[in-house]
Every structure is written in C-alpha cells, then in structure tokens.
Design a protein around this ligand. Structure first.
Ligand SMILES: Cc1cc2nc3c(=O)[nH]c(=O)nc-3n(C[C@H](O)[C@H](O)[C@H](O)COP(=O)(O)OP(=O)(O)OC[C@H]3O[C@@H](n4cnc5c(N)ncnc54)[C@H](O)[C@@H]3O)c2cc1C
Length: 421
C-alpha cells in the first residue's frame, strides 16, 4: 500500500480515491507520465479484505471506451456482461404477469450516427471490481502518492498555489485541488460551494441473485408503484437487483429473514428467470439528488458525486462522473502541454461550462422519470404506458435513446471517443 507523507509539493491533489478520483489520476498519469506529481487523499485506508459490495453499475459505451483507452477495461471485461436487449414493464406489485411495454435492441446502429454496429450501448460491471481495477492501475505508478487515511480540513488559494491543510495539521501544496469525495464532499464545503437538492424519501435496495434460466444479456426494468426494480444481468446465470422502495417499506423488507426477503424478490421478478436464489448480502442506500451551485473555484474543481448526485433510476451516476473525468483531464493535460497553469480559472471555467449544464439536465431528467414512474395514479399510469407503447413503435427514436444511454451524444471528450489525451 503506497502511503507517503514525505512529498509535500504536488502538481495535482485529488481528494477522494474512488471511481472519479482514481480514474482522474489514471487519465493524467497515462497522458503525462511520472513527471506529473499527483497525490490522492482518502479518509479510508484500503483494506486487504474489503466488505462485500453487491452493486453492479450499468456502464455506458462511452465510459467503457474511456476505460479501454486508459488500459483499465481489459481487467474488468471478463467480469462484465454486455447488455444486448432492454425490456420495460409497468404493472402493479401483485400482477402475476408483467406485460412488456417497451423492448429494444441495446446495440448501437449506424443510423444513429455511430460508426460501429453491434457495440453494446451498456455493460453491467460489478462496482467493487471496477474500483479495484482503477486502484491497481495507479497504485504503484511512479509520480502518484496516496495520503491515507486523511481528510482535508481547509484550503486556500495563495495566488501561485493552493495551500491545503489536512485534519492532522500537516500541509501540502499543489497547482490544482480536485474534489472527488462523493456526496458529502469536505473540500466542496471548505470552498464554500453550496448545493441544491432534496431527499426522495426512497431507499435503494441492492442484492445479487443466481437464477435458473439464462438472461441472454437482457436487462429488465419493472416500473412498480413504489419505484423501479432493475434486473441487471451479470456473467453466468447471475444478476444484480437494484430496487427502489419508499423508506418505510424498505425498512420492513430489509428487516425480513432470508426466506421472507427472497419471497419479496420472487414477487417482483415474477418468474422471468426461473428459480431464484440470493447470492450476496442485501445492501441499501438512502436516495437523494443534489447539484453543486458551482463546479470550480480558484485552483479548485469538483468531479463525480461531489459535483452531482443523481437518482439511480437510469444508472448514470458513475457515467456522469467518468464524463467529468474525461473533460477535466483533457483540459488539464492540454493546459499543461502549453506550459500554462492548470489551476487558472480560464481552463476551469471551460470545464464548468462543459459539464455543469449537461449534469443538471441529466439530474432533472432522472428526477422527472422517478416522479413519473413512482406513481400508481390510474391516469398517470395510462398516460405513461401510452407513451412507452408509442416509443416501442418508433425505431428511429429507440436508436436515438440507445445512443443517449451509450453516452455518445453531445460534446464528447476525447477519451469517450477512444482517443488518447
Ligand atoms: C444503489 C446505487 C446504484 C447505483 N447504480 C449505478 C449504475 O448502475 N450506474 C452508474 O453509473 N452509477 C450508479 N450509481 C451511482 C454511483 O455509485 C456514483 O455515481 C459513484 O459512486 C460516484 O463515484 P465518486 O468517486 O464520485 O464518489 P464515491 O463513490 O462516493 O467515492 C468517494 C470517495 O471519497 C472518499 N471520501 C469521502 N469523504 C472524504 C473526505 N472527507 N476526505 C477524504 N476522502 C473522502 C470515500 O472514502 C470514497 O473513496 C449507483 C448508486 C447507488 C447508491
């Protein structure tokens, strides 16, 4: 475990060493090598035997391209499942059969402006293995130091650098500080950047299952009255269930013994996959939405959940985080190659304009989807089912939606186009 307190001057300091922070360090190191001195700070010391993690992420094709360009994808690919088809249903919890309202091929087609065909628009990737692969990609890289366990107490722009004080009183300096500590980012708070957002009064329940029948790469989203219930396929006859309930119902379900919990799972899966068994621990997360009012300050930038936390309904949180990583690393690398200051507000302002609007639109869209589908009113259901049926009959629109979910629309950063920095 690299852990050094000896180098006190860095080019870039990253607070938070998980998906966003590790990927950002990897991107910078891949482009500029060990001449660039990077420090990663995390409050958690990485354990040799980490607690089991049930989450699996739906990773977009754009994010996969970035990981491939950074040399991380090969390690994750064997553990990941390409999603080739998506089915959407909308029914009451008690319905014995869940009729499919919308079904689409989840592969990219040339008519939606993609140069390749047959590339899956998304992959299901176990979260723990993805994080481990990112960690391994930087753990022993010369030029990258880990300062763990540690937290930032405060920081200040001195004009030529950012002076960072850690909670243990030690001080470090850098040209740029990047906040990647997730939803409760301490560096964001220290910068005085406020957030807007709200709690959903919903809980996400996640569990791994093993099932009898093959999933054939099909992801299923059952829209149930309390919220979406996603069946995310994994290699072999396994799947990750990511499931939204209102807080009170979630508490009841999570308190059940294994047999009771499995019965709740079976009611929702509704026989689609044959016999089902629990294959991992159940976990839960309270759901909330937040957006930082600013993404940058002098010598400071936010990436990932520190900048935006979205509802997992569309499985886009880490995809947005990786898009931040791709955009900010591109700007920082270009700035450094020109011999300019990576902490200057000019480049950081460009990053904010590039990413903040896009993330706000995504957060609003996922928020709207959640409100529309976590609702059992008869008229609302009739209207949304009509809408889903309509989309089902419009192949061009379906291709467009697949491209959107693939993260391949808008102003793409180079890493999302498989281009090196
Ligand atoms: C149930 C659920 C399902 C999801 N499914 C998907 C999905 O299918 N697809 C998808 O794209 N996204 C999904 N997400 C979202 C995804 O988990 C997040 O977007 C992602 O974890 C953000 O990564 P991050 O690195 O920004 O932050 P985090 O993963 O929160 O990591 C933050 C890091 O900072 C460290 N840290 C925290 N505070 C401090 C501090 N004060 N000082 C130092 N270090 C600190 C932590 O130890 C951690 O290492 C899901 C989320 C949930 C809850």
């Amino acid at each position: 475990m690299p852990d050094t307190h000896s180098t006190r001057r860095f080019d870039i300091v990253i607070a938070g060493a998980s998906f966003a922070g590790l990927a950002f360090a990897r991107a910078l190191h891949t482009a500029l090598g060990s001449d660039l001195r990077i420090a990663l700070i995390d409050r958690t010391q990485r354990s040799a035997s980490p607690a089991p993690e049930s989450r699996a992420f739906a990773l977009s094709a754009g994010a996969r391209r970035m990981l491939e360009t950074l040399g991380v994808w090969d390690e994750v690919a064997p553990l990941s499942q390409a999603v080739t088809e998506i089915e959407i249903t909308d029914s009451s919890l008690e319905a014995g059969i869940r009729p499919v309202l919308l079904k689409y091929d989840n592969r990219l087609t040339p008519d939606a402006g993609n140069e390749t065909t047959d590339e899956p628009a998304s992959y299901i990737v176990p979260a723990a293995e993805l994080e481990q692969a990112l960690y391994r990609s930087v753990a022993t890289s010369p030029g990258i130091s880990f300062i763990v366990p540690a937290e930032i107490a405060r920081f200040a722009d001195t004009g030529s650098a950012v002076a960072i004080t850690l909670r243990d009183g030690s001080e470090i300096e850098a040209s740029l500080l990047v906040g990647a500590e997730g939803r409760r980012s301490a560096s964001r708070e220290s910068a005085g950047i406020k957030t807007v957002g709200w709690r959903y009064g919903q809980t996400a329940i996640v569990v791994l299952i093993a099932h009898e029948r093959a999933h054939d790469g099909r992801a299923i989203q059952h829209f149930l009255p309390n919220g979406p219930f996603a069946i995310l396929p994994l290699p072999g006859n396994r799947a990750c269930l990511t499931w939204t309930e209102d807080e009170i119902e979630a508490k009841r379900i999570l308190a059940l013994d294994d047999a009771g919990f499995l019965a709740e799972v079976e009611t929702r899966v509704a026989g689609r996959l044959g016999r089902v068994e629990l294959a991992g621990p159940r976990q839960s997360w309270p759901l909330e939405m937040h957006l930082a009012r600013a993404y940058v300050a002098p010598r400071f930038a936010l990436i990932g959940d520190a900048a935006h936390g979205v509802h997992p309904i569309a499985g886009q949180g880490v995809n947005l985080a990786f898009r931040d990583v791709a955009a900010l690393s591109e700007i920082v690398v270009d700035t450094l190659r020109l011999g300019l200051d990576p902490g200057s507000l000019e480049g950081l302002g460009r990053y904010e304009r590039w990413r903040r609007f896009d993330s706000a639109v995504s957060a609003a869209a996922f928020d709207g989807l959640n409100k529309l589908f976590s609702n059992d009113a008869l008229l609302v259901r009739a209207a949304r089912d009509f809408g889903l049926g309509l989309v089902d009959r419009l192949p061009a629109l379906k291709s467009r939606l697949v491209s959107e979910a693939a993260g391949l629309t808008g102003d793409l950063p180079r890493l999302f186009k498989s281009e090196p920095l």
